[in-house]
Design a protein around this ligand. Structure first.
Ligand code: ADP
Ligand code: MG
Length: 347
């Protein structure tokens, strides 16, 4: 499905300048981070104390989302949230955003307005200034966001995990994948169970805990950190390769609810498939020495932190499950068979 043309003008009729001026640059949440904000040839960032962190992430229609189930304003929100997640995973604070947008021929102004509204909502909520962007015609709806953050001190890299560290996760994994299944199946949020509602929300508007990322970095808790955009298995894999280490995940420690187990079965997969291989939860996954447990227990913020395993070998990911330990295959190949038959287009 392509972005719906609405009762008012098509984009071609109102023209690029007007789209930028009247949709993207109207009521912008803030340009406090800039000496020269959007509207000029380039933005001029105000000097900041600390290091500058830069990340970029793209969302492409029909690859990352499908407009039949993804409302335009939530695409706008998510385009910012996925970038905020990378900033959080460095232990940084977000400062400013730039947005490149490709709009298909048929997109109408109300669609673009909705998209921009969601984007600005996320920027406002996380205190991020909009610095500018680019707006072009494209075959599909495409959004490329660049986010700039600040870091006062050393970042938390992926490469520091050490033998004996514990592995922690900041939330319940697999919910976003379940949300995607529900959305694709045309399920209505109104009729959903509590778990299913959480799953819809996790997929459509993931919570990003910037404060937790900063707490972990400032208190020097973690040896390595990553956000779970590709799923625990894939992202832990990235971290382990960077750290030249191996790990065991204890499945009995991975948080799950009865509701999630039940809901997953409805789609023919076990909850553990979704928990390990499902993407787009955007939690923080980090490793820490057992000595840091005391500091971690002092975390009183929003996300719940769970220990899910340990760095206990030189390579590979092992799974401890019902008293048995099995090695998961080296590449990001789904381990559980049911999962293989369901196409996942999470990323
Ligand atoms: P130029 O042709 O000089 O690159 P543009 O017409 O692309 O200028 O953009 C004009 C101004 O509007 C620039 O400051 C740019 O950063 C800003 N801009 C363009 N598109 C967007 C957008 N989608 N959101 C925010 N700012 C935008
Ligand atoms: Mg331009």
């Amino acid at each position: 499905m392509s972005p719906g043309k609405d009762e008012d003008s098509s984009l071609g009729e109102i023209g690029e300048r007007k789209i930028i001026r009247e949709i993207f640059l109207k009521n912008i949440p803030s340009s406090a981070a800039f000496d020269v904000g959007p509207g000029d040839d380039a933005a001029v960032l105000r000097p900041v104390r600390g290091k500058t962190v830069v990340t970029t992430d793209m969302l492409v229609e029909d690859v990352h989302f499908d407009l039949t189930y993804f409302p335009a304003d939530l695409v706008g929100e998510k385009s910012i949230l996925v970038n905020l997640s990378d900033i959080a995973a460095m232990g940084a604070r977000p400062l400013a955003a730039f947005v490149g947008i490709g709009l298909p021929e048929g997109a109408g102004t109300s669609f673009v307005r909705q998209f921009a509204r969601g984007m600005k909502r996320a920027l406002r909520r996380y205190g991020v200034s909009l610095g500018g962007g680019d707006t072009v015609r494209a075959e599909k709806f495409v959004i490329a966001v660049t986010l700039i953050g600040v870091l006062k001190g050393p970042p938390v890299n992926r490469s520091g995990a050490r033998m004996g560290d514990q592995i922690y996760l900041s939330g319940i994994p697999g919910l976003s994948h379940l949300g995607l299944s529900l959305l694709r199946d045309g399920c209505s949020r109104k009729k959903a169970s509590r778990t299913e509602k959480k799953a819809f929300d996790r997929h459509l508007r993931p919570e990003v805990d910037i404060e937790l990322g900063c707490f972990i970095r400032e208190r020097k808790v973690a040896t390595a950190m990553i956000d779970t955009s590709d799923g625990i298995f894939a992202d832990l894999g990235h971290m382990l390769r960077a750290s030249k280490a191996g790990a065991t995940i204890d499945l009995s420690e991975v948080p799950v609810s009865a509701g999630l187990k039940k809901a997953a079965l409805r789609f023919g997969y076990e909850w553990e498939d979704a928990a390990l291989f499902g993407g787009e939860d955007y939690h923080l996954l980090f490793t820490a020495s057992p000595k840091k447990v005391g500091i971690l227990s002092g975390w009183t913020g929003k996300s719940r932190i769970h220990r899910i395993g340990s760095i206990d070998r030189k390579r590979g990911i092992y799974l401890q499950r019902k008293g048995r330990t099995v090695k998961l295959p080296g590449r990001a190949k789904p381990f559980f068979n049911h999962f293989a038959v369901r196409e996942i287009k999470d990323h």
